[in-house]
Design a protein around this ligand. Sequence first.
Ligand code: OAD
Length: 231
Amino acid sequence: MIEQKIVILTGAGISAESGIDTFRASGGLWENHRIEDVATPQGFAANPALVHEFYNARRRALETAAPNPAHDALARLQNSAAHDVFIVTQNVDDLHERAGSTVHHMHGELLSVKCAACDWQWESRSDIDITARCPACQTRASVRPDIVWFGEMPYGMEKIEGRLAACDLFVSIGTSGAVYPAAGFVQMAKAFGARTLEINLDPSEGSAFFDETRRGKAGRLVPDWVDEILS
Ligand code: OAD
């Protein structure tokens, strides 16, 4: 029997111990690039070659990263079937999947690309450049990373909000709470009566909204929490 409906939101902090840099640790820069240059539609329009190069490098970096004990523990919880666990991530890496979880990527995925002309999306593990052609509509120079950039609508908000409205427990792991709409999930879950828990290295911008906060590295705290909840 399913005991609890749990929604888990993850951010860059859960992948930090896998060697993938968080965003805000580097002073508003992402791997030495200004966010506006590599994570906005305007940046892509101004210099598509630079943006492709940037995401090609991030995609390649995934090959040497591996899931850490926090990803593994969430997969163990989700696959235990003791609870109904919905994981929504702001991360664009594939470490949750490689650990064995099913996740909803609200900010897109590094291993997916899409056509700006016809919106076709497909998996791509190889480098993309400005000459790439859409396999569906054959338009050239329309292929872009399948990343939700600033100013764009995150994926599946209706589905996420439905899960938040129905959950008993909301858990936020490794996110600074600086970027909406994800930063507002805790208040939404609370408004619908869920208990809320934050697991993060530093206090986040939303820490005060949580019923309980645990400070420390996800690689240690998440397996401990999963042990508790499964015991
Ligand atoms: P941030 O870089 O803003 O925050 C990472 C959080 O993880 C910080 O609060 C750290 O304290 C915490 N942290 C670091 N190492 C940790 C560890 N080992 N264990 C637990 N916590 C740790 O990343 P996000 O909140 O995910 O958007 O950023 C949200 C969004 O802003 C991203 O998805 C991205 C970015 O711009 C887009 O790309 C659209």
